[in-house]
Design a protein around this ligand. Structure first.
Ligand code: PMP
Length: 395
């Protein structure tokens, strides 16, 4: 019986735990189980290991260990930054974000609106790009915080974070960036970018789920979301030791972002070129914008994305229709909708996100499988040699 090899192309949703990360975590699930706040010898050992993980993650983003708070993930980091910035900027009751942020930012902003905070949601253009002029125009004397993602999880489109930060600071506002998708895919230096707060998460870089970090620029006394003595009073709750150790191990695996990016871009471009060769009318969302090297969001004209996703899964290939969090709800992606893409076109779009564990063979297999699936879904007779799906066929 032949075993179907499974191909995972949903690395923006989450990544597989790297085996060495698991190895690093295992002792802290068993023998090294002491509480890092305990004064016992074992507690001191665990505290030291936490410190080493903090150094690794902080240095990776150009920060000092004291500027890093470990959290339960990017959702908590994002919400800590937003809530904290509001309470730091007393009297200021306005926030700026974009229409394409992750729900962990958008839903928090909507919640705050119900509490009387005013929020401006900046639009994006048809390629998913942000206008710095729009940001400039939206800033007010009572703007507490600007929160913009470094890179979009659905399209991979990268925002000009350093420039946006400078504009926000000139108007007296704090700046937060959700860099969850950027870490490990493009070079991210929290300090050099000038941001006040930066969120990230371990499970996007082959680390464990349920752990993330928030960079808080030196000199900012950000009030915590959870009060307690851990993390120097900035995040209460006994530290998730095995996960934090795993985060440290995962970040140490990212030794050369440039060469990883080159590898990922190679896979992604091979896919997009191969796809366009047999389906020239397929639309690559955000193609003209600066994009993460690993993300490909494709509009398959007149194809039901959920159905295609299911058929790919039957062939052992995992991709995503919209973000993982929105999938299954049959709601058109808010990101593609904000780019002015029609509802029908949004519901025909799939995201393929490549990871370091993917190989060229995975892309080849995808390119072998896709044409016949698409032709089948379009009720076309199978074409054996050099299949070409023309725009006329797919309308
Ligand atoms: N922000 C972005 C851009 C993300 O992609 C995600 C994960 N989908 C999050 C925030 C939330 O991260 P976490 O799962 O660690 O809470």
């Amino acid at each position: 019986m032949s075993m179907m090899r499974s191909i995972y192309l949903d690395n923006n949703a989450t990544t597989a735990l790297a085996p060495v990360v698991l190895d690093a975590m295992l002792p802290y699930l068993f023998s090294e189980h002491a509480n890092p706040s305990s004064a016992s010898e074992a507690g001191v050992r665990v505290k030291k290991a936490l410190g080493d993980a903090r150094i690794a993650v902080a240095h990776f983003m150009g920060a000092t260990p004291a500027e890093l708070i470990f959290t339960s993930g990017a959702t908590e980091s994002n919400q800590t930054a937003i809530m904290g910035a509001l309470s730091l900027s007393k009297g200021k009751r306005h926030l700026i974000t974009s229409q394409v942020e992750h729900p962990s930012v958008l839903l928090m902003c909507q919640h705050l609106e119900r509490l009387g905070i005013e929020v401006t949601y900046l639009p994006v253009d048809e390629e998913g790009r942000l206008s710095l002029e729009d940001l400039h125009a939206a800033l007010r004397s009572d703007t507490a915080l600007v929160s913009l993602m470094w890179a979009n999880n659905e399209t991979g489109v990268v925002f000009p974070i350093a420039e946006a930060t400078a504009i926000a600071h000139a108007a007296g506002a704090l700046f937060h960036t959700d860099a969850t998708q950027a870490i490990g895919k493009v070079s991210v230096n929290a300090v050099a970018s000038g941001v006040d707060f930066l969120s990230c998460s371990a499970h996007k870089i082959h680390g464990p789920k349920g752990v993330g970090a928030l960079f808080v620029r030196k000199g900012i006394a950000l009030p915590p979301l959870f009060h307690g003595h851990q993390e120097r009073g900035r995040r209460g709750g006994t530290e998730n030791v095995p996960a934090i150790i795993g985060f440290g191990a995962a970040i140490r695996l990212v030794t050369d972002v440039e060469s990883d990016a080159c590898y990922l871009r190679g896979l992604r471009d091979h896919f997009e070129q191969g796809l366009l060769a047999f389906m020239p009318c397929a639309r690559i969302h955000g193609q003209e914008a600066e994009r993460l090297p690993n993300t490909s969001n494709i509009g398959f004209i007149a194809i039901d994305a959920e159905e295609l996703l299911y058929r790919l899964e039957q062939k052992g290939i995992t991709a995503a229709a919209g973000a993982a969090c929105a999938a299954g709800r049959q709601e058109p992606s808010h990101v593609l909708t904000a780019m002015g893409i029609s509802k029908t076109a949004v519901l025909s779009s799939l995201r393929f996100s490549f990871g370091r564990m993917n190989q060229l063979e995975d892309v080849e297999q995808l390119l072998r499988v896709l044409p016949s699936l698409l032709l089948d879904m379009m009720d076309m007779p199978p074409i054996t040699a050099a299949p070409l799906i023309s725009c006329a066929h797919s309308q």
